[in-house]
Write a protein that binds this ligand. Structure first.
Ligand SMILES: [Zn+2]
Length: 165
């Protein structure tokens, strides 16, 4: 998939540009968050069957600055979304990422940070390094991660339909 590699290169270079923008500017950039979505699929490590994946770029005022990958698993009975979000780090060459497990219970939407080794995309180097739970919680861009997570979970049509099915 040459296109995919090329798209990712463009996104990674945009992430690097964004790293050079100061924290305060970054905060302003958060004012208008949008994203795009693409359907794909991957193979489950548990059961070997294909599961749907929705992924895309996240934009702040039209500038791409983050990526997300949402895998939708139904193989263990419950509908679970594993959502990995990568954004520019304040310093460093590659973005850093967090991996979340998302599940809709009868009463609430549960989101929990999962260990990097549990992410199905731990070997996708374009996502950068996946933070541990402790690192994610103390990250200067923690709020940004969670705003993107809320946005994707509530407004990505595929993810939303899956969680509510
Ligand atoms: Zn499975």
């Amino acid at each position: 998939m040459a296109d995919r590699g090329n798209n990712l290169k463009i996104i990674v270079s945009a992430l690097k540009r964004l790293e050079r923008i100061s924290q305060s500017r970054r905060k302003n950039l958060m004012s208008v968050l949008t994203f795009d979505q693409q359907s794909t699929s991957d193979v489950c490590e548990h059961c070997g069957s294909a599961y749907p994946v929705s992924r895309g770029s996240v934009y702040a005022d039209g500038t791409p600055f983050a990526l997300y990958v949402a895998g939708m698993y139904g193989c263990e009975g419950d509908s679970i979304v594993v959502l990995t979000i990568a954004i520019a780090r304040p310093v460093g060459d590659l973005p850093s990422a967090i991996a979340l497990q998302v599940q809709l219970t009868a009463t609430e939407l549960q989101m929990s940070i999962i260990a990097p080794e549990t992410s199905p995309w731990r070997n996708h180097t374009y996502l950068g390094r996946i933070l541990t739970r402790e690192e994610a919680l103390s990250s200067p861009v923690k709020e940004v991660f969670f705003r993107i997570a809320d946005l994707v979970v509530t407004t990505n049509s595929e993810v939303n339909a899956f969680l509510n099915s």
